[in-house]
Ligand binder design. Structure first.
Ligand code: ATP
Length: 325
């Protein structure tokens, strides 16, 4: 691989607030450092099909405040095959793209790792996911905004839950990780969180109901991590059957969790890691994700950041338990 002149940038997987701030940062920092930037539309699908545009600094004006991604995003099954990735490589050759910056979550960076290895191609990742499930960075772009959105929603639900003296099961996103559920439960003063990290060995509902709900409490909020089998509906059904005295309701927050203007934290994280991606390219790094750990920019090999065992601090469970008595 020769000298890098042109950098392609794309967003992939679920959209996350702050992706635009990251696109802006990579573009402007790239241009500042003498690179040509190509914005690639619809993630890996656009890379395979060659949907892209040369980006100027004006193309990223006024987007730092906006949620979603101006580059659009997609889930692309074809990129999961060697043939699909070959097509993507051909596009890079045709368009004279010398390096890629991929903004996305676990799946997107797994694809980035395979692509980089197969074609000996420089790829830098940015942690763009609301789930915070990427190893090696304290936080991911979108996670903080989503926590704040969930907190606002649950504050509102609390009003109605209080008035009617109900148990509410509020389902939040998070894939296979409980970061959103556990931390939002603390931020909202919820009575419990049901998280995937714990489901394998304990019946969290039985544990929670077993503790007993304080008589003086007018309502109860339980934050549940999304799950195909054991989401909020599953637990609400169980309470209806196993504890028939309670008035139970379910609220699935769904896609509203992804939207909205990014928080200051996410804008700053996106800006720092975006500039960090250009710095990484200048240093000749490849196949790494740019993260921030203990306030320091870090470069984490893809193989490490996609590990599936990133877990929230177990002390958060004790904190929630103690504060919800
Ligand atoms: P989110 O955190 O929002 O779920 P994500 O990046 O994890 O984001 P995925 O749907 O898992 O979202 O992945 C996005 C895209 O990345 C997929 O549609 C596919 O194109 C690519 N991808 C995912 N997994 C792989 C893989 N194992 N090999 C190659 N490409 C992959």
């Amino acid at each position: 691989m020769g000298i890098i002149k042109t950098i392609g940038i794309l967003t992939s997987g679920g959209d996350a607030p702050g992706m635009n701030a990251a696109i802006r940062s990579v573009t402007r920092s790239g241009i500042c450092n003498g690179f040509k930037i190509k914005g690639i539309y619809r993630g890996y699908e656009g890379l395979i099909k060659g949907e892209m545009k040369d980006f100027t600094t004006e193309d990223v004006s006024g987007i730092i405040t906006r949620g979603g991604t101006i580059l659009k995003t997609a889930r692309c099954a074809e990129f999961m095959t060697p043939e699909g990735r070959k097509k993507a490589f051909k596009t890079c050759q045709k368009e004279r793209i010398d390096a890629l910056v991929v903004i996305g979550g676990n799946g997107s960076l797994t694809g980035a790792r395979d692509f980089g290895m197969e074609f000996d191609f420089p790829v830098i990742g940015l942690p763009g996911t609301i789930d915070n499930d990427l190893y090696g960075t304290d936080s991911t772009i979108g996670y903080d905004t989503t926590m704040n959105t969930i907190m606002e929603c649950v504050d509102r639900i609390r009003d109605t839950a209080n008035s009617h003296e109900r148990i509410f099961f509020v389902e939040v996103m998070g894939r296979d990780a409980g970061f959103l559920a556990q931390n939002c439960a603390i931020a909202c003063g919820a009575e419990a969180a049901i998280v995937p990290e714990e489901t394998t060995n304990v019946d969290q509902l039985a544990q929670f109901m077993g503790r007993g709900i304080r008589k003086s409490k007018k309502s109860c909020i339980v934050i549940v991590s999304e799950s195909p089998k054991c989401g909020a509906l599953y637990y609400a059904d169980r309470v209806k059957k196993e504890f028939p005295g309670f008035d139970v309701r379910v609220s699935i927050l769904g896609h509203l969790q992804r939207g909205g203007s990014p928080s200051a934290h996410d804008r700053i994280l996106a800006s720092i890691t975006g500039a960090g991606a250009i710095e990484a390219i200048k240093q000749g790094q490849r196949n790494v994700m740019v993260g921030v750990r203990n306030n320091e920019v870090v470069y984490v090999p893809f193989s490490e950041c996609i590990r599936t065992d990133k877990r929230f601090d177990k002390r958060l469970i004790t904190v929630l338990d103690e504060l919800s008595i």
